[in-house]
Design a protein around this ligand. Structure first.
Ligand SMILES: *Cc1c(COP(=O)(O)O)cnc(C)c1O
Length: 446
């Protein structure tokens, strides 16, 4: 479906002026970006009228489809009243409503909501709150964070300092604060030879050791619960998180859940922590919170943390952003939460989750692994990573190009092809998505 975009004046202007995220611009010499003109439901439409299924929900964010009438209406209703106002010394109804709803939907211990405007910042806020908490408590030596070697928490320097993935860190290593990387779960290549469905998270051992040996200096531990997204949709069982909770509670270590990708129905429940009876000290949220409409994020925490900042002026938490709790974003988030909680919406995901599983069976004959957590599915193409799919071969990029030809907007992570469509995708469309992806992969791997 790639047409003669190259001659398109807008794309020439884009090429000369715009620097896109995570993009090797030289690729645009042969394959320019898709100039999306409108989007509707789960589809993106380019200028020539070509249609692409938004298989990755525009990087996890889009839950209810593009151009949703109710979200549009919530936005315009708020727009008529107020677009933006600063959030220090001022408050507004959309933010109050949203804070109330987030607290009501999350585990009972989480009582306070701090708003910011992107996922990385929600993480920065949790890290800073944790550090300051220990300072206020006189435990000034608690200054480092444990994180998983497959963990991803955003790309600003603070968030990057607790990212375990070399590809994001290596150019900046020298300026990153030094924290404590810990070997985490790798169920597909389990070193203990166990299955994620039946194991007892034996791989918690290195974390247990790291936390108990360093509990005097560790402020907190940060994890992506159940799915390590950027690492290649590495999925691991909740028992790991149970063990983490037990360790954190006994060692006075904050447990920071980065649910930026997995919250708001993505795994089939509102939040991973709530669904598995886990009690994080901090819960970082963003991505799906406005269903892909506007930037917004929130860091939830406990009264225990909040109270350490309460009182004298010198204790205040200094972290401010111009667009904190933007009223338009909060209004759309409130409507998103309504959509997620009414008419048994989460229940209605069950047949879709089953359809992902069913259509996923067609990949069983491949040598890799098809895995799934709720509405997240991923196909890792081989166990022998380095040999067959060396980075130079760019298998993921080839599959991406093949997808475009067939009307799928895929964005493989190396040799992991993943599927996180808007939650409103139908069972039939799930079939089309996985069948077409299979064709793309066949075409490339042949
Ligand atoms: C996307 C993501 C972030 C960063 O969010 P941004 O809004 O892109 O800064 C952090 N953690 C996880 C798990 C994510 O998926």
């Amino acid at each position: 479906m790639i047409t003669e975009n190259k001659s398109d004046l807008e794309l020439v202007r884009d090429f000369h002026r715009v620097w896109h995220p995570c993009t090797q611009h030289k690729d645009f010499e042969t394959t320019p970006p898709i100039l999306v003109e409108r989007a509707e439901g789960i589809y993106l439409y380019d200028r020539q009228g070509n249609r692409y299924m938004d298989v990755i929900a525009s990087w996890w964010v889009n839950l209810f489809g593009h151009n949703h009438p109710r979200l549009n209406e919530a936005l315009t209703r708020q727009l008529e009243k107020m677009a933006h106002v600063m959030f220090a010394g001022i408050t507004h109804q959309p933010a109050i409503d949203l804070a109330d709803s987030l607290v009501a939907l999350s585990p009972p211990e989480l009582e306070k909501v701090f708003f910011s405007d992107n996922g990385s910042t929600a993480v920065e806020v949790a890290l800073k709150m944790s550090l300051q908490y220990w300072q206020e408590k006189g435990k000034t030596q608690k200054e480092q964070f444990a994180y998983l070697k497959g963990g991803y928490h955003g790309e600003t320097l603070g968030a990057l300092s607790v990212c375990g993935l070399e590809i994001f860190r290596n150019k900046f290593e020298k300026v990153l604060a030094s924290h404590l990387p810990v070997e985490g779960p790798d169920c597909f290549r389990c070193p203990y030879g166990l299955q994620r469905e039946s194991c007892n998270a034996e791989c918690f051992e290195p974390m247990e050791k790291a936390l108990s040996e360093n509990s005097d200096t560790i402020a907190g531990v940060i994890v992506e619960p159940l799915v390590q997204g950027a690492a290649g949709m590495m999925m691991y069982p909740p028992v790991y998180l149970k063990k983490l909770q037990t360790a954190c509670e006994s060692l006075a270590i904050h447990m920071i859940f980065d649910e930026i990708a997995v919250a708001f129905g993505r795994t089939g429940s509102m939040f991973v922590c709530g669904a598995h009876d886990l009690r994080p000290t901090f819960l970082c949220l963003s991505k799906g919170i406005t269903s892909g409409y506007l930037p917004l994020s929130a860091t939830l925490t406990t009264d225990e943390i909040y109270s350490a900042f309460y009182g004298e002026t010198r204790k205040l938490f200094i972290h401010s952003h111009s667009y904190s709790a933007n009223p338009l974003a909060c209004a759309v988030a409130n409507e998103t939460l309504k959509l997620l909680t009414e008419n048994n919406f989460l229940e209605s995901l069950k047949p879709k989750i089953a359809a992902l599983k069913e259509y996923g069976k067609q990949f069983d004959s491949m040598e890799g692994e098809f895995r799934q957590t709720g509405m997240i599915a991923a196909l890792e193409l081989t166990k022998k990573k380095k040999e067959r799919f060396a980075a130079e071969k760019r298998v993921g990029y080839q599959i991406f190009l093949e997808g475009l030809k067939r009307g799928l907007f895929l964005r493989p992570l190396g040799d992991v092809v993943y599927f996180i469509p808007p939650l409103v995708i139908t069972e039939d469309e799930i079939g089309v998505m996985l069948n077409t992806a299979h064709d793309c992969i066949d075409a490339i791997l042949k």
